[in-house]
Design a protein around this ligand. Structure first.
Ligand SMILES: Nc1nc2c(c(=O)[nH]1)N[C@H]1C(S)=C(S)[C@@H](COP(=O)(O)O)O[C@H]1N2
Ligand SMILES: [Mo]
Length: 247
């Protein structure tokens, strides 16, 4: 079993690498031939690469319906200690005051009232032991519990036909996911890590746990959620990481 799981994970990483190659690997020479442009102009090159990346997102969204389940693991397989990662060191993780925390809701939803921790804990909770895969080349198995994101979206009267859900975090981080992934049964608004309230470093008070996407699409310290048809992008996504980055 273990071997199979490891292969799963390697495959996932390889897939991502292949996608990145697809985007970056087409040489400028090949692009010149395809486009007929003389690609001396950085802006033009950039526009073409971003255009290809967007096209890549569309193909992936069509290929991956958002119905595939990420593998789950046993308690014994949990990685201890679980790694920390962010665009800064652990000491700089934002310390959000849970008492005052009021998560904003905006966009294509019926009920825009803010959410506190107790209100979220009042919704049905689910638990998962899944593998977090970081694009930097490591992965780790952890246990997260919280509100199925679909339940949350139903509760706020979100327009499920909207294309994206965007997240803003306490640390300038932001990210977004497609609606199919938002409604996926394994996508949860996690309040607990390993049976305890999320520690600061892992995203207190709330993080989005999406085991069908790479780690960078799992925003921690969420402060605001928006439902929208305009792609909100993301901290790494806007620097060239593939926006879809999932199965
Ligand atoms: N708010 C916030 N969320 C974030 C990040 C971040 O820098 N800030 N980094 C992302 C990346 S790249 C990874 S791999 C995971 C790391 O989560 P962990 O600390 O629970 O391992 O958080 C993701 N979510
Ligand atoms: Mo990551």
């Amino acid at each position: 079993m273990k071997g199979i799981r490891l292969t799963d994970h390697r495959k996932a990483l390889q897939k991502v690498e292949r996608r990145l190659l697809l985007r970056r690997g087409l040489s400028l020479g090949a692009l010149t031939m395809l486009t007929g442009c003389n690609l001396q102009d950085g802006d033009t090159v950039d526009k073409i690469l971003w255009g290809m990346s967007r096209w890549n997102d569309k193909v992936q969204a069509a290929l991956f319906s958002g119905e595939r389940l990420a593998p789950t693991y046993t308690e014994a397989e949990i990685t201890r200690p679980f790694p920390f990662n962010a665009f800064y060191i652990e000491d700089d993780a934002p310390e959000v005051d849970g008492q005052d925390w009021a998560m904003e809701v905006s966009g294509l939803v019926q009920d825009r009232s803010p959410w506190g921790i107790e209100k979220l804990r009042g919704l049905p909770q689910e638990s998962q032991i899944t593998r977090h895969i970081c694009i930097e080349g490591w992965s780790a198995i952890g246990r997260w519990s919280g509100v199925p994101f679909r339940t949350f979206l139903e509760r706020i009267g979100a327009d499920m036909r909207a294309r994206y859900v965007g997240f803003k975090c306490a640390d300038r981080y932001y990210s977004s996911i497609d609606m199919a992934t938002a409604l996926h049964p394994q996508t949860i608004l996690a309040l607990d890590f390993d049976g305890q309230p999320l520690p600061v470093k892992y995203g207190y008070p709330v993080k989005l746990r999406v085991p069908t996407k790479l780690g960078f699409k799992n925003p921690k310290h969420i402060m605001a959620i928006t439902v929208t048809n305009d792609n909100p992008g993301g901290y790494w996504e806007d620097q060239g990481y593939n926006w879809f980055s999932g199965i």
